[in-house]
Ligand binder design. Structure first.
Ligand code: PEP
Length: 247
C-alpha cells in the first residue's frame, strides 16, 4: 500500500506543536509575545495549566493554546485533576494525551488514554495522541507491533470521522539528541497512516517528535508522511522555535 491512499501531507502546511512540559513562566510567554514566523504553518503551544490564561492573553492570536494532559473524568471528587470542559472554558483547542512521560511516570495505560481521548473529543477539542517505542522494543524489532497495540488500545474505537492528531515519538529519541534515520521515519509514519486508515475516514495528521531542533527540522518535515513536529526542549528557546516554525 502506498500513496494511492493519499497519505501524504496536505498543502505543504505543517503542524508545529510545542510541549513546554513543566517549564515556562510569564516571562517566557512575554518573550514569545512578538513571535512572528514568516511561514504559514499551524503553531500550537502546550503550556502548563497555570499559564493557560496568560498564554491566551500574551501570545499572538495565530498561536493556538494547548494543554499537556486532562482527566478522563468529566467532573467530581478527583482532587488535583482538570477536566476537558475546564480546558475548553479557558480557550484551549488542543490537548496532548498519552505522552510517554505520562505513560511511564504516571502509569497511564492505553485504556486510560482512550478514555481521555474520548472526553477531549466530546468537548470538541483536538487530542494530540502520542505513541512510540522504547529503545529495547526498537532493538527487538518490535516497533510496528508496539505502535499498532497503542493505536488499537487508545484510539481505535472512536467512530470513523473525527479530528485527531497522532504524534510518533520514539521514546529513545526524546531529549536524547538521537533521531531515527529519514527512512525509518518515513516507513514508520507510512505504517502508522496505513493502520489509521483502517479506522478513520478523515485525514489524521501524523507528527514526528523526539530531539527535533532548528537544525534538523527542515530535513524531518520534508520526509514523506510527516505532517509536522512535536517539539520539547527546543520549543523553550524563542529563536530555535522560530526557526522550527519556519521550516
Ligand atoms: C517531547 O517530549 O514530546 C519531545 C519531543 O521532547 P524533545 O523535543 O526535547 O526531544
Amino acid at each position: 500500500m502506498s500513496n494511492e491512499l493519499n497519505l501524504s501531507a496536505r498543502d505543504n502546511c505543517k503542524i508545529i506543536v510545542a510541549n513546554w512540559k513543566m517549564n515556562g513562566s510569564e516571562t517566557l510567554l512575554k518573550d514569545f509575545a512578538t513571535f512572528s514566523p514568516s511561514k504559514g504553518n499551524d503553531v500550537i503551544i502546550c503550556v502548563p495549566f497555570t499559564l493557560l490564561d496568560s498564554a491566551k492573553e500574551i501570545l499572538p492570536n495565530f498561536i493556538k493554546i494547548g494543554a499537556q494532559n486532562c482527566s478522563e473524568e468529566d467532573k467530581g471528587a478527583f482532587t488535583g485533576e482538570i477536566s476537558a470542559s475546564m480546558l475548553r472554558e479557558r480557550g484551549v483547542t488542543h490537548v496532548i494525551i498519552g505522552h510517554s512521560e505520562r505513560r511511564k511516570l504516571f502509569s497511564e495505560t492505553n485504556s486510560i488514554i482512550s478514555k481521555k481521548v474520548e472526553t477531549v473529543l466530546k468537548n470538541e477539542l483536538t487530542p494530540i495522541v502520542c505513541i512510540g517505542e522504547t529503545r529495547s522494543e526498537k532493538k527487538a524489532n518490535k516497533t510496528f507491533q508496539v505502535l499498532e497495540k497503542q493505536i488499537d488500545g487508545s484510539i481505535k474505537n472512536l467512530g470513523s470521522h473525527i479530528g485527531l492528531i497522532v504524534a510518533y515519538e520514539p521514546i529513545w529519541a526524546i531529549g536524547s539528541g538521537l533521531v531515527p534515520s529519514d527512512n525509518e521515519i518515513k516507513e514508520t509514519h507510512l505504517h502508522i497512516k496505513e493502520k489509521l486508515s483502517q479506522f478513520f475516514t478523515t485525514y489524521i495528521p501524523v507528527l514526528y517528535g523526539g530531539s527535533a531542533n532548528s537544525e534538523n527540522c527542515s530535513k524531518i518535515t520534508s520526509i514523506e508522511n510527516v505532517d509536522g513536529l512535536l517539539v520539547g526542549g527546543a520549543s523553550l528557546k524563542k529563536q530555535d522555535f522560530l526557526a522550527i516554525c519556519n521550516c
